[in-house]
Design a protein around this ligand. Structure first.
Ligand SMILES: [Zn+2]
Length: 152
């Protein structure tokens, strides 16, 4: 049995805020002027929502693992030099070089820019739980690269 934080009476209590602090008070105290009765402490609710997101991850967008080949392919298909691509995207040439050699993984933002500009798929949506196992789904313009990569 819980007791009221205000009057000490044992019995049914409700969560309430008294002078900024969360307390548990009995029903008669909860009707008191300085008591704001609340169903659930706000903090707990937030934690619960976060947990739900963490426990039920459905799909996440990730930069695909073979971004380097795809960027190179997309750039060459457009007949662009690394320098040209760098200029078009307002990036340094060294960044493009590092991307194409796989030394630098593009940020999500940059990957989006690249995929739009080069018309390639750089972002895939995967089940969060099977991020690693999932095979990359080649489609459309990237089929050539997909075929190249199939040889093991
Ligand atoms: Zn009370």
């Amino acid at each position: 049995m819980v007791s009221c934080d205000m009057c000490g009476k044992e019995g049914e209590v409700v969560d309430a805020i008294v002078e900024g602090a969360v307390v548990q008070v009995c029903l008669s105290c909860s009707k008191h002027g300085s008591v704001i009765a609340i169903n659930q402490p706000v903090v707990d609710k937030k934690i619960e929502q976060q947990r739900e997101i963490e426990e039920k991850p459905e799909y996440v967008a990730v930069v695909i693992s073979d971004f380097a080949n795809r960027i190179k392919f997309g750039r060459e298909r457009k007949g662009l030099k690394q320098e040209d691509l760098a200029q078009a995207l307002a990036e340094k040439e060294s960044v493009i070089h590092q991307l194409e050699t796989g030394k630098l993984k593009p940020s999500f933002k940059l990957a989006k820019k690249l995929s739009v500009f080069l018309n390639i798929d750089l972002i895939e949506t995967v089940e969060a739980s099977s991020k690693i196992e999932k095979k990359v789904d080649f489609k459309g313009s990237a089929v050539t690269i997909g075929d190249l990569l199939k040889k093991e």
